[in-house]
Ligand binder design. Structure first.
Ligand code: AMP
Ligand code: MN
Ligand code: MN
Ligand code: MN
Length: 286
């Protein structure tokens, strides 16, 4: 590899406030121990852990950026938009995220009804038991229940056999619009980032539309180095960042010591010809 940006930034991970298994404090300690030099906690559709993460990071002298990961519906798929460096007191962001979380409980009950039809009983209660935040019941919590009840051996088997399009337990859901999600972040003085673009399975046309529309709404960055990308995808999305004039982000998407194959900070460096997203956020580091 050529010149790289040598900052161990990890700007994507999850705590018990969404679908991770560690508390914000335990994540801060783990990030520090793993050599992370700039950290953000990015819980799904939630910023309820930001104060705790920020305080824990401060106590460890670990530079911190506020974060979240917003669920968006785009081209009949779910896309994730990470927000970084926003004002965590922004009423616009609070209201938008609360609305985005809103349908999760009803969706979870419909997921459980579908699972019951294939003989898996008690999935709603079973999943809820794993949800540290009852407002944020997610497919990950169902996956943990299906492993616990020995229907599957691990969570990746769950997402191959259940909970995804065409499989039992998949309930299509209408999340935020791309325009709204980007606007909530940008108007809260944050930077919007397309999360793990390699994961969506979009056609070239759909992907072009995602990047163009994201940019036209004021989005400024894309995840290039993430636990969800292959080495080949680092190159593809580095090129896309250049093509669309976007800054580049780096994050593990760590959820759990038991489930995640990429630990906090344990990622290749960002390629040096890209603008690191933290260059846009220097004045927002806590
Ligand atoms: P939800 O927001 O309820 O749709 O749940 C999405 C979450 O499920 C993601 O943030 C991941 O944590 C998890 N997830 C989705 N697909 C997979 C997969 N193929 N393997 C492992 N985890 C997955
Ligand atoms: Mn998740
Ligand atoms: Mn995601
Ligand atoms: Mn994530």
């Amino acid at each position: 590899m050529g010149v790289v940006s040598i900052l161990n930034a990890d700007l994507h991970c999850h705590s018990v406030i969404s679908d991770g298994t560690l508390t914000p404090e335990a994540l801060a300690a783990r990030a520090k121990q793993q050599g992370v030099e700039l950290w953000a906690l990015t819980d799904h559709d939630e910023i309820g852990g930001q104060q705790r993460a920020m305080e824990a990071a401060r106590a460890l002298q670990l530079p911190y950026l506020t974060g979240t990961e917003i669920s968006v519906s785009f081209a009949h798929k779910t896309v994730h938009i990470v927000g970084l460096g926003f004002d965590a007191h922004s009423p616009l962001l609070h209201e938008g995220l609360a609305r985005t979380r809103g349908g999760r409980d009803q969706r979870a009950q419909e997921m459980a009804d579908q699972l019951a039809q294939v003989g898996i009983k008690g999935a709603y209660e079973g999943a809820l038991k794993y949800a540290g935040n009852p407002d944020l019941i997610s497919r990950t919590h169902f996956a943990r229940f299906l492993v616990e009840s020995k229907v599957c051996q691990d969570t990746s088997e769950v997402f191959r056999r259940f909970l995804t399009e065409g499989k039992p337990g998949f309930v299509p859901h209408r999340w935020a619009s791309l325009q709204d999600a980007v606007r909530w972040i940008v108007e809260s003085r944050g930077v919007a980032v397309i999360a793990h673009p390699g994961r969506y399975g979009f056609t070239a046309n759909e992907e072009f539309a995602l990047f163009s529309e994201f940019k036209s709404h004021g989005g400024q960055a894309v995840e290039v180095v993430t636990g969800s990308h292959s080495t080949a995808e680092y190159v593809i999305y580095a090129d896309m960042a250049v093509e669309f004039g976007l800054a580049a982000s780096r994050g593990s998407d760590f959820h759990s010591p038991q489930e995640s194959h990429t630990d906090l900070g344990a990622l290749p460096w960002l390629p040096g010809h890209l603008t690191p997203v933290w260059d846009l956020l220097a004045d927002r580091v806590h």
